[in-house]
Design a protein around this ligand. Structure first.
Ligand SMILES: [Zn+2]
Length: 132
């Protein structure tokens, strides 16, 4: 399996930049009005539609939206699960120093996303588990 490069991201900003790069790799398009012109938003790496002024963060409509975890650790968790879908909650919790309940919830979400292919858009290094 290809080794995704994103788990080397060390800080919140690098993660946001990564998500922004992937999200808008084919260019920006406002979800509200379809306009393709934007200016910088108020938050780091957010983009703001020049027509209707709607601001979109790199997190919106991604796996990490509403994720109550700092992004670098959330990225690492996703990497670990993609590479080894059989990893246990206890292992994740120990490796990342995240509460087990949080690990359990996120792992479940990652696996769901892997099945639907929703995560692959953001994490091209992942592959779908076979046989299901
Ligand atoms: Zn717009």
């Amino acid at each position: 399996m290809a080794d995704p490069s994103f788990d080397s991201l060390q800080c919140e900003e690098e993660c946001l930049k990564f998500l922004a790069d992937v999200k808008w790799k084919d260019g920006f398009r406002c979800r509200k009005c379809g306009n393709t012109h934007y200016c910088a938003g108020r938050k780091p790496y957010s983009r703001r539609c020049t027509r209707c002024k709607t601001e979109e963060s790199p997190l919106a409509h991604t796996f990490f939206h509403h994720c109550h975890l700092d992004l670098p650790r959330a990225f690492r968790l996703v990497c670990l699960v993609i590479r080894n879908p059989g990893i246990t909650t206890a292992e994740l919790s120990e490796k990342l120093q995240i509460r087990r309940m949080t690990c359990w919830k996120l792992k479940k979400k990652v696996l769901e996303c892997l099945h639907t292919g929703k995560l692959l858009e953001y994490f091209p290094g992942g592959t779908k588990p076979s046989g299901e």
